[in-house]
Design a binder for this molecule. Structure first.
Ligand code: NAP
Length: 635
């Protein structure tokens, strides 16, 4: 939500500490505010400070109702409900609700000999139960007004890890965190509930904590950082059911990290099932078919390969599947494969493998299955990421079959290109949010997904490309800063506009581009080497390049240069493919296909040349069987 004058917010605990800072920061933006607090005197002081902040908006002609103060203990549900009523009556709706009221436990738990009513029960009431009531009231009001809303529940870092000195405070704040995270689904109704978890901030509440402990965690977190965190949660539309941890040691960081979250995520079986609920298609199996083989090792794909006709032999091996290929994906590394680079061993050993089948990825229809294959149905769509995809048919072991909903070209794009972006950003780049991410060759097959996934995760994204059409595509995909290197100098833009450096680089061009990106990397930055397309087709083949000073540079700034090769992450393919398909079908992820048409296996070499011409925009795909391509569109 982009806050503007005239929006309205209700803040509990707004008369002091973090609540007060948030009230004043909102007032500075011209937001109409209700402060709910049990301290009348301090509440009125904050009202007058907030009134001063909003006074400047009077000049703009905007009718400005007074800041409201409601004296109320947040544990009093009726009082709280009345405060919401008054807010809506006065301001006509509610855009932001912040639960900030909180107390430390009045008697230390291990010394508490009472029944808890005035100590730990009171702390749980204020810190947790009142947050539930406030959230419930805010949701009701927001739903009634049928406008989007943001609810921020102020937890604490002690809700993320234990605080031994005050287990009740820690437990109640942990409750706030899990409660807020569990409400992520309200996003569907336009309401985003998030938790804000600062470490110690210099307030009256923190003054009750042992200073030694505060020193141990790196001192007080500046109030501005907490305010920045709250505004991040208000403005970042992708975050719902999120928890933002704020610490001096790590800055603003969403918790849990995508890696941690993945450990707990359950992938419902139903996601899989939808892939086979497609009307089966009848396939006529011919006696022979055409495919592309590599007959000579060369990085010149055209001279390395030829189209051959081969006969289809039956019966199939018990665990094999025969796939009729409809679309095959073209990849920059097809030229590395045709030069034998992906096989280990000496040149003689590699040459002894000739001829071998080319092509890495395809979608099609299952044409036949071996006797032991019970879980796959003939006539249903499937994808493969195995060698031999530049062919009209291919036989693969059933374990290599990835069930998909449709045999469409967009699904091909999600395979090598989409999966590389998705898995590399998570595993090698360790991407979270709030970072600056740079993607090179960003309008290409894999780059287009890297920019979108980085954006979806809540990052600022910079993308490089060469050409007007590519720059336009990247702008349409939501990139924050597109650098068309045919018009602007990448180095100058990065130096002038991103002086603090880049946190994550998704680099696939190599050579001088790698050097440039490394020099632009921030302290602690991670540069992921995805590829080095500029080196693949050198006049005399691919020459390894030296990067003088690499160790010195990364050491001086505690940086990481990580390699990523998709083949090593096969165990994550299905899970990430499911995620990408979900994002694509729900409209959150776009797939851009290069507009040039390539039909049949005979056009594959043209398609590979096109990708390496630098002119392609989006994913290059070959339609292996055009007649089937039309049919499958109706599936
Ligand atoms: P792609 O990005 O669609 O490749 C085409 C783009 O690359 C062009 O539009 C151009 O972009 C750039 N380019 C082409 N030739 C170039 C050259 N000689 N010098 C500099 N830039 C050139 O191809 P892709 O298949 O998606 O692959 C992109 C990169 O990712 C490659 O390096 C590839 O090896 C790598 N990759 C790695 C993995 C892995 O597992 N590690 C998996 C998939 C892909 P601009 O001119 O607009 O920059």
């Amino acid at each position: 939500m982009e806050l503007r004058p005239g929006h309205s917010a209700l803040v509990t605990g707004g008369a002091a500490g973090i609540g007060q800072a948030l009230v004043l920061a909102l007032a500075r933006r011209g937001v109409f505010i209700t402060i709910v607090d049990f301290s009348g005197e301090r509440g009125r002081e904050v009202v007058s400070l907030a009134e001063k902040e909003v006074a400047k908006f009077h000049k703009t002609g905007l009718e400005f109702p007074p800041v409201i103060f409601v004296k109320c203990d947040v544990t009093d549900s009726a009082g709280l409900a009345a405060a919401f009523e008054k807010h809506v009556e006065t301001y006509g709706g509610l855009d932001v609700c912040i639960s900030c009221a909180g107390i430390v436990t009045p008697i230390m738990f291990h010394k508490d000999k009472t029944d808890g009513s005035k100590s730990w029960r009171r702390a749980v009431d204020v810190n947790f139960l009142a947050v539930i009531s406030t959230t419930q009231l805010a949701i009701r009001v927001m739903e009634e007004s049928e406008k989007p809303g943001v609810i921020i529940n102020v937890g604490s870092a002690s809700g993320l890890y234990p605080m031994y000195a005050d287990p009740i405070y820690s437990g109640s704040k942990g409750g706030v965190v899990m409660f807020s995270r569990s409400l992520g689904f309200y996003k569907r109704r336009g309401i985003r509930v998030n938790a804000l978890c600062p470490e110690f901030v210099q307030t009256e509440l923190a003054a009750k904590v042992d200073p030694k402990f505060i020193k141990l965690v790196g001192g007080y977190v500046p109030m501005e950082m907490v305010v920045k965190g709250a505004f991040e949660l208000i403005s970042n539309e992708t975050k719902a059911g999120a928890c933002l941890w704020i610490s001096n040691r790590r800055g603003l960081e969403y918790w849990p990290s995508p890696d941690e979250e993945e450990k707990f995520r359950v992938h419902p079986r139903t996601t899989r099932r939808k892939y086979v609920d497609v009307a089966p298609v009848n396939i006529q199996i011919p006696q022979s078919f055409e495919k592309i083989i590599v007959h000579t090792l060369s990085q010149n794909f055209r001279s390395a390969t030829s189209v051959v006709r081969t006969s289809l032999r039956f019966p199939l091996e018990a665990n094999d599947v025969l796939l009729k290929i409809i679309y095959a994906g073209v990849n920059a590394s097809d030229v590395n494969f045709s030069s034998g680079r992906y096989f280990s061993g000496g040149s003689k050993e590699i040459a002894s493998r000739l001829p071998f089948d080319a092509g890495f990825e395809a979608v099609g229809i299952i044409a036949a299955v071996g006797d032991s294959v019970k879980h796959l149905k003939v006539g249903t769509p499937a994808a493969i990421m195995t060698f031999g995809s530049y062919a009209e048919f291919t036989k693969v072991h059933s374990k290599h079959i990835l069930p998909v909903a449709r045999p469409d070209p967009e699904v091909v794009a999600l395979l090598t290109s989409g999966l590389t972006a998705s898995i590399a950003l998570e595993k090698a780049a360790q991407m979270d949010s709030g970072k600056t991410v740079l993607v090179t060759a960003a309008a290409g097959g894999t780059g287009q997904f890297a920019v979108q996934l980085a954006k979806l995760a809540g990052n600022k994204v910079i993308a490089t490309c060469g050409g007007k059409d590519k720059a336009q595509l990247l702008k349409d995909l939501g990139v924050d800063r597109v650098i068309d290197y045919k018009v602007e100098d990448i180095k100058t833009v990065l130096k002038n506009e991103f002086p603090k450096g880049i946190n994550i680089v998704y680099e696939s061009v190599g050579g001088d581009m790698f050097d440039l990106c490394l020099n632009a990397l921030a302290t602690y930055g991670r540069l992921v080497v995805i590829g080095m397309i500029s080196q693949y087709q050198g006049e005399h083949g691919w020459k390894p390049r030296n990067y003088p000073g690499l160790c010195e540079k990364i050491l001086a700034k505690s940086q990481t240069v990580a390699g990523f090769f998709l083949v090593h992450y096969a165990r994550f393919w299905q899970q990430h493919l499911d995620k990408l398909v979900d994002l694509y079908t729900s409209g959150k992820l776009k797939v851009s296909l290069d507009p040039k048409t390539f039909l049949g296996v005979h056009s594959v070499a043209d398609a590979v040349d096109h990708l390496h011409s630098g002119k392609s925009v989006g994913k290059v795909v070959v339609c292996i069987d055009p007649s089937f391509g039309h049919q499958s569109a109706k599936l």
